[in-house]
Design a protein around this ligand. Sequence first.
Ligand SMILES: Nc1ncnc2c1ncn2[C@@H]1O[C@H](COP(=O)(O)OP(=O)(O)O)[C@@H](O)[C@H]1O
Ligand SMILES: [Mg+2]
Length: 234
Amino acid sequence: MLKIENLVVRYGMIEAIKGISFHVDDGEIVTLIGSNGAGKTTTMHAISGLLKPAGGSITLDGKDLIKTPSHKIVTDGLAQVPEGRRVFAEQSVKENLLLGAYFRKDKQEIEKDLAYVYDLFPRLKEREKQLAGTLSGGEQQMLAMGRALMSRPKILLLDEPSMGLSPLLVKEIFRIIQDINKRGTTILLVEQNAKMALGIADRAYVLETGKIVLEGTGEELAASERVRKAYLGG
Ligand SMILES: Nc1ncnc2c1ncn2[C@@H]1O[C@H](COP(=O)(O)OP(=O)(O)O)[C@@H](O)[C@H]1O
Ligand SMILES: [Mg+2]
């Protein structure tokens, strides 16, 4: 479904992504793990069209995403939940969710998806009229995920959903990610929390300073000496 080949991304003279290749197949949960500064967010932004790569190719079901404007990428079925959530603080929960459906043409289907999101996240339903800025960190993460789902994506990109959340909430968020996947959405997850990410991933890649250094199934990587030493605390 999503295929990245020899991707290079530069910030001025700095090469943040140094020719990486990976893919996500239909129905999978794939994770890209790496420490702070490895290039995870840069990769996400290149895929969602927020950054223009210096080289390589990105295709979604064969369609070249590098040549596609970012709002068109959303209508083509790819949605991103950005690092740090970025909800619209002065808008209500429901208004935030409806903004996620902004580019849709099938307006009569939107109510159905709103019900789907409320079913996944009952807490959002309870807080429908509350201003997003007054939600807790975990609730804002749920809202950002719900908003992305309102574009009815084929593939959902999640940038460090566990960041800043308590272990209990991280568990809940990861359970919901699995649920979203079971209900038919393909997932690309980037995480510093290797333990949680490898626990739910079908396949995984390790990103270190802009290069992919390891790949395998979630299980293989969780058992790998190198991953255990560098990312799982021994
Ligand atoms: N806007 C920017 N300008 C210059 N360098 C950047 C910018 N954003 C990120 N970088 C650099 O690119 C590298 C990768 O960053 P990033 O993709 O944010 O990593 P991660 O998300 O894995 O923590 C880092 O060395 C970072 O300092
Ligand atoms: Mg990041």
